[in-house]
Structure formats: C-alpha cells, structure tokens
Design a protein around this ligand. Structure first.
Ligand SMILES: Nc1ncnc2c1ncn2[C@@H]1O[C@H](COP(=O)(O)OP(=O)(O)OP(=O)(O)O)[C@@H](O)[C@H]1O
Ligand SMILES: [Mg+2]
Length: 256
C-alpha cells in the first residue's frame, strides 16, 4: 500500500520584509507518513517546522519539490482540483483561543467545514455537530455557546471537533498542547490518541516537548535549519538525540 503522505525534496523560501533577502526556511525535506501513524517534527524554534507543515497543506507555496497526498501530486493541482483533497487534510494550532472565531457560536464553528464542503446542512448538520462535540468530550448543548465561555482545554477540544468534521485522513497538529496547563495537556493528547484509534487518522505532530513526542509519535524527524538531520523510529531518535546532547542541562531537559 502506498503511504498517505510522501514529501520529496521540498523547499520553502520567504522574502525578508526588512531587507528583501531570501530566507530559506525549508531546504530539501523528504518525509513519508503512513495511514493511522503519527510522525513527529521536532527541532529548535525557527528551524522550519511550521513552514514545512503549512507548505505540505498548501497553505503557503513551496518553492520547489513534491508532495503526494492520497496518491495525488498536490503541489501541481489547480485550486479547484485541490478542493476535495482539502477536506481530507486539516490543521490544529497551538493557540485554541486565537484559532476560533469569537463571534461565532461553537455549533457554527464546528459545522462550518461541513457547510463549506457541502457535506451536510440543516438538521443533518446540527446532528453531526452534536456527535462531533460528544466525540471530543463536550456536550452537544455547547453548540449554542460562544468560545469565550470555555477553558483553554475545552477550546482545543472545539478546534479538534472542527478538524475532525470532514473525516480527514491527515491532521497537522502544530504544538497543540503547548499553550495548555500540564494537567490539561495529557487529556488532550489522550483524546487525539483515541480519535486516531477510532478513525485511523494520521498526525503530523509538531512539538518542542520530548515527553510529548515520546508519548505521541511512531516516528520522529529532527529538523535543523530547514533540513531533516535525523529520522527514524521515535524511541531511537530520542535516545540518539539525548546521547548527542549529553550536557547536564540538556540530558535532563524535556524540551528541544
Ligand atoms: N511569513 C514569513 N516571512 C518571512 N520569514 C518567515 C515567515 N515565516 C517564517 N519565516 C522564517 O522562516 C524560518 C522558519 O520559521 P518557522 O515558523 O517555520 O519555524 P518553527 O520551527 O515553526 O519555529 P517555532 O518553533 O518558533 O514555531 C524562520 O527563520 C522564520 O523567521
Ligand atoms: Mg512553528
């Protein structure tokens, strides 16, 4: 079976606003992700994790390279042909507050992708939104409330329900728990694991936290300066990273 996602020699560049120079954020990345698996992207701040993930989803343009998703070369597709694939790939951000529109009720937020992709409307839509809220541990009645009345962890659950609405096969999780209290983090990670077990969704999981990476990821790619410097099964990558960074502060560190 071919992998869900294959990234081939991907490059992403930005123009620096202050001096017009090119910034090479991603420099020739190759990655593979199978269905139902979690691939961790770790590395220091600014090494290109978010740029890589966003270019894979075509939220920002790639400079060169290829991305195959569900067997299709998505960087070459015109926007119209990309639409049906867009519902199969979603993203969850670090700041659940900022990623939810404060003026919309939770039901409208979670149901929006279903409306946009013409998957459901009316009573069917409301029923599906109720199911999605239950699936993430919220109450279907929460659909009529606004995001501000929820805690950070609950807001992240709303964002996850929205991401799950279109039954994606890939979700990019960009530091989904780093803005949350430690006690809440574990419950959100558990929810993501449960959703993966029940739907076979794959995660491209960005994190600074080695404990989170160990708990969530089957495989890990370490990014440095826009390049993958290490890739493999999660336990062996983490072990080798700790071996190569043996200073006391680093060895006991739980974050990159
Ligand atoms: N829109 C942009 N315009 C110009 N430069 C950018 C832009 N977005 C990112 N960069 C630059 O690209 C590089 C990679 O940034 P990116 O946000 O992908 O890193 P990251 O690994 O996600 O960092 P963090 O862990 O802090 O989120 C950085 O040098 C950053 O300054
Ligand atoms: Mg980032």
């Amino acid at each position: 079976m071919s992998p869900l996602l294959v990234v081939d020699n991907l490059h992403v560049r930005f123009r620096d606003r202050s001096n017009g120079a090119w910034v090479d954020a991603v420099r020739g990345v190759d990655l593979t992700l199978a269905a139902g698996r979690t691939l961790g992207l770790v590395g220091e701040s600014g090494c290109g994790k978010t740029s890589l993930a966003r270019s894979i989803l075509r939220l920002i343009p790639a400079h060169t390279g290829n991305v195959h998703f569900e067997g299709q070369s998505i960087l070459e597709l015109p926007e119209r042909a990309l639409r049906p694939l867009r519902r199969r790939m979603q993203i969850i951000f670090q700041d659940p507050g900022g990623s939810l529109d404060a003026r919309m009720k939770v039901g409208a937020i979670v149901g929006e992708p279903l409306l946009v992709h013409r998957i459901a409307r009316g009573a069917t839509l409301r029923k599906r939104v109720g199911q999605l809220l239950e699936q993430v541990g919220l109450d279907p009645a929460d659909a009529s409330r606004y995001p501000h009345s929820f805690s950070g962890g609950q807001k992240q659950r709303i964002a996850i329900a929205r991401a799950m609405a279109t039954e994606p096969s890939l979700i990019v999780c960009d530091e989904p728990t780093s803005a949350l209290d430690v006690s809440v983090q574990a419950s959100i990670l558990r929810l993501l694991q449960e959703l993966q077990a029940s739907t076979n969704v794959s995660y491209l999981f960005i994190t600074h936290d080695l404990a989170v990476a160990r708990c969530m990821c089957d495989e890990i790619a370490v990014l440095q300066d826009g390049r993958v410097v290490e890739f493999g099964e999660s336990e062996s990558v983490l072990r080798s990273w700790l071996d190569q960074n043996p200073s006391p502060s680093r060895a006991s560190s739980t974050s990159i």
